[in-house]
Design a protein around this ligand. Sequence first.
Ligand SMILES: [Zn+2]
Length: 270
Amino acid sequence: MPELPEVETSVQAIQEFANQSLESIEIYNPNLRWKVDTAAFKKLHGFKVSKIDRRAKYILLHIEQSQILIHLGMTGTLRIADKKSNFYKKHDHIELIFQNGRLIFNDPRRFGSMHYVTEPSTHFLLEKLGPEPLSKEFNGEYLFHKIKKSLSPVKNALMNQQNVVGIGNIYSNEILFDAKIRPTRKSKTLTKKECEEIAASSKKILKHAINAGGTTLQDFYKPDGNKGYFKIDLAVYDRANKKCKKCKKELIKRIIQSQRATFYCRKCQA
Ligand SMILES: [Zn+2]
């Protein structure tokens, strides 16, 4: 599943459509996680995209006073196609046709979504989201107060989008390894100092991944249509029974937490 770095990479990769007119939106298959409102999108035909950005893992194309809100779900990808190209793939759901190119939303497993939005801050998908991990608002002090009464494991707390957005299974493992905190620790046992470590590691790991262009464990295609797999070096994720990269002695342990794989070093992470 794309996490924040992958979504940020997608946003950067489609910037060429900012300031272009959206000629039309073709919906070939509206059956995504939520059925796409074909009629609503017709209102946007002929208008210019003023800005493309993201909130959490949602991509926002701003058009006049409205937004197109896209979530990539588990397997959703955006790819950029030439205006004249006739190349389509299985599971192409939606096509945004611009002045100088086309943007195609493909999603084999259909957990992605596309909404027509007029009030992003109160939209049901966005209203309860926590702060951005790279913002100043997300810091040790904030995290400490947010989770100090929580009985859930710290890994779950990091993946809870109401605490902080954009962190999924891969990066929560990486962040906690970097912060030397064991993923199974009850959130309420963390000290303020440890919360500061986690906040600092979150920023460090995510920035590094954004710079590297996102990980690509699944079928993550660069939106320009190339199989631009960039794989950052993961320090702990998916390294079960391999030597820890920090202590170089202990073997990485793999356990299951809330049906998701967790990896950690018994020596380095307390
Ligand atoms: Zn270790």
